[in-house]
Design a protein around this ligand. Structure first.
Ligand code: 6LW
Length: 529
């Protein structure tokens, strides 16, 4: 090929891929357990938050330039004073957050359902520390803030005000969180159960009130109403719901449970919804939790939002997007060389800081098992990350020489304290054993055990849509040996219950007493290739 032809082909290739990349993106835009997304814009920067329940730190902050690629830049709730989780049952703690930006300040308002109710925190730097909580005496969940153009600031939640189920509104003093008015019922939705997740927007002189209805499972939907007066009466969009997969048009989709949306106008004028949905793993179950999705929408001539086609959203969306700008992606391996934990890692409830260290042995995550096990609603020595893909390989190199038969350390696929699969090293007599245990409800069973020789061990979980397999190898041996496999279904939300998704983690426990020794994790790989 001569130079001109080469140049022409190159131009064609880059030209075509350029157009292609501007017209197609993949959902979910933030995969894995990332429910109840809320988004705000500052110039050409977008910030998004999601719910975190019993996990700590709480409420990740994601940043994007195009609404499609997101990078986690921090957390809103990094201190126990902001996020007490002492009495937090699984799927308690932090429910749906809302993020808003007004006059140079970011606000994140949410509910700690097991620790104080509704509150907001503020910052001028969303990747930095956020303020202490400002508590609000309005009940219900899913609080949202609305900054009106007359300087009034309102709080909306799904509180039952005036004896009516639905959405309640009050005006608040943003400095103190004090309510300035009574709490008024403003809309009950269109008749779906659980009217919740309200957001108010002022567009073309109308106050739009967008909410979720139907519950966060297969009947989920998004509806909208509007009024010239923020206190109502609100008239319902005649074409509600604007987004749902519960109908014929959505029944064969892998994506289900669409709802709980937030609306944003991009800096090019286009309109978008971020919302939650889940991806079925084959049968009618999902283990990745509820994830963050994106869809464009348009306004019809009557001034109502229309998601097209047919109120449903696909895994691949063909549309004009903002110019696509990728964000840094996490490397496969965390080698624990940093003295701060990477943003992908979470604890269960407020961490027991005596149970882990990145500095005692440099380049190593050291877990020092406390008395708590993975099967208790407390804070075991556990550090985990979200499973974000159906197909993955999670591998870790651990060095652990148990002293007592109660000492244990290993890797886990964890849904909640009643539903987890663990591959762990422990002691029996004078021997070191590797055991594969499954916990499903009240049933706990060792599927297989195998004696381990001296040395470091590499533990592995292989995931597919329907199976987790558990295997190991000695550091220098070429092949993994499988101990067994178990259905993903029993860790899914349909079986395990609750609002979260599967975590992959490292843990250690002394099973009722402090572990007599520590477990050193050299690295952890999460590979989706
Ligand atoms: C959330 C509610 C919901 O607060 O589930 O899908 C609850 N929506 O709005 C927990 O995520």
């Amino acid at each position: 090929m001569n130079f001109k032809k080469l140049l022409f082909s190159a131009m064609l290739f880059f030209g075509v891929t350029g157009i292609y990349s501007q017209t197609t993106y993949r959902n979910p835009v933030i995969p894995g357990f990332n429910p109840d997304p809320s988004v705000c814009r500052v110039g050409e920067d977008y910030y998004l938050v999601t719910s975190t329940f019993e996990f700590f730190p709480g409420v990740p902050v994601y940043h994007s330039k195009d609404l499609v690629h997101w990078e986690q830049i921090g957390y809103c709730l990094t201190r126990k004073s902001q996020l007490p989780l002492d009495n937090c049952w699984s799927s308690g703690g932090i429910y749906a957050p809302t993020i808003r930006y007004n006059n140079g300040v970011f606000y994140m308002v949410t509910t700690n359902v097991t620790g104080g109710g509704n509150f907001y925190v503020t910052t001028t730097n969303p990747s930095g520390e956020w303020s202490e909580p400002i508590w609000v005496k309005q009940g219900g969940i899913d609080p949202t803030l609305f900054f009106d153009d007359n300087n009034k600031i309102y709080l909306t939640s799904n509180d039952n005000a005036e004896g009516k189920t639905g959405i309640a509104l009050s005006e608040i003093d943003i400095k103190t969180g004090k309510l300035i008015t009574q709490i008024k019922h403003i809309w009950g939705g269109t008749g779906g159960r659980y009217p919740e997740a309200p957001h108010i927007y002022k567009i073309n002189g109308w106050y739009y009130l967008m909410i979720a209805e139907g519950g966060t499972e297969y009947g989920h939907m998004e509806t909208i109403a509007r009024s010239k007066n923020i206190w109502g009466p609100y008239e319902s969009n005649p074409d509600n719901p604007i987004l749902t997969h519960r109908a014929l048009s959505g029944q064969n989709q892998q994506i289900q449970g669409t709802g709980h949306a937030d609306m944003i106008q991009a800096h090019d004028g286009s309109w978008w919804l971020v919302f939650l949905a889940f991806r079925k793993a084959g049968g009618d179950f999902h283990q990745l939790g509820r994830e963050t999705f994106l869809t464009p929408f348009i306004w019809n001539t009557d001034g109502w939002p229309v998601v097209s086609p047919g109120d449903t959203v696909g895994l691949i969306v063909k549309t004009k997007t903002l110019p696509l700008i990728s964000m840094p992606v996490l490397p496969i391996r965390d080698d624990f060389k940093d003295t701060k934990l990477g943003l992908q890692w979470n604890f269960l409830r407020n961490p027991d800081n005596s149970a882990w260290s990145l500095t005692e042995k440099s380049g190593t995550l050291r877990l020092k098992g406390n008395a708590i096990t993975l099967s208790q609603s407390a804070s075991p020595a556990f550090i985990g990350r979200r499973q974000q893909h159906f197909n993955f390989t999670a591998t870790t190199k651990v060095s652990f020489n148990p002293v007592k038969s109660s000492d244990e350390a290993g890797i886990t696929a964890f849904s909640n304290e009643k539903h987890h699969y663990d591959l762990f090293i422990t002691k029996e007599g004078n021997k070191r054993f590797l055991k594969f245990r499954v916990k499903i409800g009240n049933m706990e069973h060792i599927v297989k055990k195998i004696e381990l020789t001296e040395g470091e061990t590499i533990l592995r979980i292989l995931g597919t849509a329907e199976w987790y397999s558990f295997g190991f190898k000695a550091e220098n041996s070429p092949n993994f040996i499988e101990l067994g496999k178990m259905e993903t279904k029993y860790l899914s939300s349909e079986v395990a219950g609750g609002f979260t998704g599967v975590y992959l983690g490292m843990y250690s426990t002394g099973n009722g007493e402090k572990c007599k020794t520590f477990a050193d994790f050299d690295w952890f790989d999460y590979d989706t290739n």
